[in-house]
Design a protein around this ligand. Structure first.
Ligand code: HEC
Length: 149
């Protein structure tokens, strides 16, 4: 009896472990984008004039965004962690199906953030123009690769 019960239990173990791993990956991925949004939010607010322009603060936020683009995000896109595979994520399966297209959106984001850093401290107008470009890369990737809520 015991042996009969054990076999399916053992078989179920790796799958359960993988599901837990997938949840951690999703959590980390969302955490990464939360950090991106946390740093980008005040810059967008300054660009729109919803927050007074502050060159030093703008430079600090832009510099943090640059730091985030230096993180190699490969681990955040482990296979089996799309919205088709697990709950609690908005990452479309298209990310894995069209890895090149996704990478291109990521590169556009990295480049816009690199241009944002020198613009951030140069004045409100310069900041606003650069923020607009970065915001466009966020939207462009979300349009194709994030599940709409
Ligand atoms: C290369 C693609 C890409 C770029 C560029 C991108 N995002 Fe995202 N973003 C995603 C994906 C995919 C998710 C869904 C992650 C998940 O749910 O697992 C996401 C999720 C988010 C979330 C929700 C996080 C959560 O807790 O669920 C926020 C907020 C966000 N992005 C903000 C931004 C902002 C702001 C920018 C630009 C400054 C940006 N993203 C740029 C792909 C991108």
């Amino acid at each position: 009896m015991r042996r009969v019960l054990l076999a399916p239990l053992m078989a179920a173990l790796p799958a359960a472990a993988m599901a837990a791993d997938a949840e951690h990956v999703v959590e980390a991925r969302k955490g990464y984008f939360s950090l991106v949004a946390l740093e980008f939010g005040p810059l967008a607010a300054m660009a729109k004039g919803e927050m007074p322009y502050d060159a030093a603060a703008a430079k600090a936020h832009a510099s943090d965004l640059v730091t985030l683009t230096k993180y190699d995000p490969s681990d955040l896109y482990a296979p089996g962690t799309s919205a088709d595979d697990v709950k609690g994520t908005a990452a479309k399966a298209a990310i894995w199906q069209d890895a090149e297209g996704f990478q291109a959106k990521g590169m556009a984001f990295f480049e816009a953030v690199a241009a944002l850093e020198p613009a951030a401290g140069a004045g409100q107008k310069e900041l606003a123009a650069a923020v607009g470009k970065v915001g466009g890369t966020c939207k462009s990737c979300h349009d194709d690769f994030r599940v709409k809520r």
